[in-house]
Design a protein around this ligand. Structure first.
Ligand SMILES: Nc1nc2c(ncn2[C@@H]2O[C@H](COP(=O)(O)OP(=O)(O)OP(=O)(O)O)[C@@H](O)[C@H]2O)c(=O)[nH]1
Length: 301
């Protein structure tokens, strides 16, 4: 079969927007339509008589040998395989290939340029990546206190039950500390809201640095913070609170140290977060009542 073997006179045989190729039983090209010259920059004369291998990239050749050819031999046809061709200038062109094999092992190939389709895939992948990044940012925003960067109350509510359950399971104690800046309103009133914000941020940073990785450290409300310390007994919690008082005094407003009051409650995992925060709140109230800059433990009545 030669190029002339498929001789049309009218209408024009070669106005297809796809490549058509025929290879013989030795896989030599015996026909290529003008798509190969017009769109893929091949010289048709050069192509004729060549092995079809000249068209395919190495990975496409491997795919042809290992999958496409066995399929053609067995099924006599294959549809919509994604391969990569070289054009006449050696540029890679993604194509969708369908092929049919006749009883003399001639193969009738059709190639559809898939560059635009690939571009669309790339754009879809980019769009997906962007959406994933946005979702991640939104998740972070929903779980984080904007001012201090600590987890917010919502996130604490989500994560605390697991920590409390683990204490129960492994028979550990947990300490919950409610930490409240003393006379914070005065700082705001005397030095402005921005100064108040600076103090909140500084305390947030100190708590983060001071806490362990397993601690939950959250901004609970205005000037109130919560630390949930797993695997901590009463005497450890006392030492921890003492160091927290020292640490906080390192933050100064107009050369005066900032102080905090702390309410602590302990549990073996048999209390809910709500129970614990109510208990710690009661202890915090006692600390404020007793003069501030103090730690009090919740006492069961
Ligand atoms: N700068 C700033 N202030 C805040 C923020 N959230 C809450 N506050 C302020 O924190 C202050 C809390 O005041 P109070 O509840 O009276 O407590 P306090 O002045 O610390 O008094 P004690 O707790 O009794 O020692 C209020 O003035 C709030 O406006 C914030 O994000 N930034």
């Amino acid at each position: 079969m030669t190029n002339q073997a498929i001789g049309f006179s009218n209408p024009k045989p070669d106005e297809f927007q796809s490549g058509a190729l025929i290879t013989n039983e030795n896989r030599e090209i015996v026909y290529a339509n003008t798509y190969f010259s017009d769109e893929l920059n091949w010289t048709l004369k050069k192509l004729l008589g060549q092995s079809s291998d000249v068209l395919f990239t190495i990975s496409s050749k491997i795919f042809c040998e290992s999958y496409l050819m066995p399929l053609l031999i067995h099924e006599k046809k294959c549809e919509e395989m994604q391969l990569t061709l070289f054009d006449g200038n050696g540029k890679r062109v993604p194509v969708i290939v369908s092929a049919k094999m006749d009883e003399k092992s001639c193969i009738y190939w059709s190639f559809f340029n898939a560059s635009k389709r690939d571009k669309l895939y790339e754009e879809l992948i980019d769009a997906r990546k962007e959406l994933e990044a946005q979702a991640k940012t939104l998740k972070l925003m929903a779980s984080t206190d904007e001012l201090t960067g600590l987890m917010n109350r919502r996130e604490l509510n989500l994560r605390a039950p697991e920590v409390i359950n683990q204490a129960k399971r492994y028979t550990h104690n947990i300490a919950l500390l409610m930490i409240d800046i003393d006379h914070f309103k005065k700082i705001n009133d005397a030095h402005g809201h921005l100064e108040g914000d600076r103090v909140l941020k500084a305390l947030g940073q100190k708590l983060l640095k001071f806490g362990r990785q397993t601690d939950l450290i959250a901004r609970f409300g205005g000037e109130e913070f919560i630390m949930l310390l797993p695997d901590t007994n009463t005497s450890n919690a006392k030492i921890f609170a003492r160091r927290l008082h020292q640490l906080t005094s390192g933050i100064e407003v107009n050369h005066a140290p900032v102080t905090v009051s702390i309410g602590i409650t302990m549990t073996d995992g048999s209390h809910s977060l709500d129970d614990l925060t109510n208990q710690a709140d009661g202890a915090l109230y006692e600390a404020k009542k007793n003069g501030r800059n103090k730690t009090e433990f919740y006492k069961e009545t």
